[in-house]
Ligand binder design. Structure first.
Ligand code: KGT
Length: 271
């Protein structure tokens, strides 16, 4: 058994303020005893698009170094839900990248968001994530002493085939750091998170952005950071505003649920 935490926070274009907010919530979670702490999509910056690309950094840049040092000083596994990763050969775009740090502070895995949010939420609320973000193409699973993690980001949550793949490759704990819009979050967030947990028969750790940001559309995000167990039960949901969803993870539950309903054996991959 170990304690996991999904961070809920409000990132803006003020990278230093975002760092202080994230650090204080991660420290709080570790203070409660959390061994695995995950922060939301765009932890380090959620603001105007041109700035986002201009401020993008490589994985060995200062943002990842800070989060790695934090993981080491607290002795935890820390998922930086996502940051804007510079692409050397493409100055116009960056990757939307999750980074897992081990308790030694080293980068243990990186995942680049595959499905990009090019969506008209309403007449006035319109996103074209692919204008600034270059998609990744690799599904990423990483073994840790706490269990095998499958990585994904936000809009990926709608594409069940990615999660089937992660489970096939051994994932027991699925991470979905997010920044769901208020509109789509109200209607779809919890059912989607629970559906992934039930289908995958795994834990889902879903950190979230919340509140009002300062990008062009003054976007508002849904919050409701949550942790769901392999039976689909919501173990914890963050309250309104910056905070934490904290829950105990029983790694043995994954195997018990998979034994009881052996969907992996009943799957028709040819369909
Ligand atoms: O663009 C940025 O600065 C930060 N990126 C995000 O907030 C991303 C891409 S726009 N948001 C989502 O994927 C929302 C998905 C969603 O809300 C849904 O699937 O309904």
């Amino acid at each position: 058994m170990f304690l996991a935490a999904a961070v809920q926070m409000t990132s803006t274009s003020d990278a230093e303020a975002n760092w202080r907010q994230a650090r204080s919530l991660v420290e709080r979670a570790a203070g409660y005893g959390a061994a695995l702490v995950a922060t939301p999509e765009n932890t380090n910056f959620l603001g105007p698009a041109p700035e986002k690309v201009r401020l993008a950094e490589p994985i060995d840049g200062p943002t990842c170094r800070r989060f790695g040092d934090l993981a080491r000083s607290l002795g935890i596994h820390l998922l930086l839900g996502s940051f804007n990763e510079r692409i050397e050969r493409d100055p116009a775009r960056c990757h939307n990248t999750s980074v897992l740090f081990g308790p030694d502070g080293q980068v243990q895995a990186t995942y680049r968001k595959i499905h990009l949010f090019d969506v008209d939420v309403s007449e006035s609320v319109r996103y074209r994530e692919s204008d600034q973000i270059a998609p990744g193409s690799a599904a990423v699973v990483t073994r840790t002493p706490l269990g095998t993690l499958g990585l994904s980001i936000c809009y990926d949550l709608r594409f069940g085939n990615l999660y089937r793949r992660l489970v096939r490759e051994g994932a027991e704990i699925l991470c979905v750091p997010s920044a769901f819009t208020l509109t789509t979050g109200r209607a779809h967030w919890e059912p989607l998170v629970r559906a992934r947990a039930i289908e995958c028969q795994g834990f889902v750790i879903a950190p979230a952005q919340c509140g009002r940001h300062d990008d062009e559309g003054l976007r508002e995000t849904f919050g409701h950071a949550m942790i769901v167990d392999p039976w689909g039960q919501v173990l914890a949901t963050a309250a309104d505003g910056p905070g934490l969803a904290l829950a105990e993870i029983d790694p043995g539950l994954v195997a018990r649920v998979r034994r009881s309903i052996p969907v992996a054996d009943h799957l028709h991959p040819e369909l």
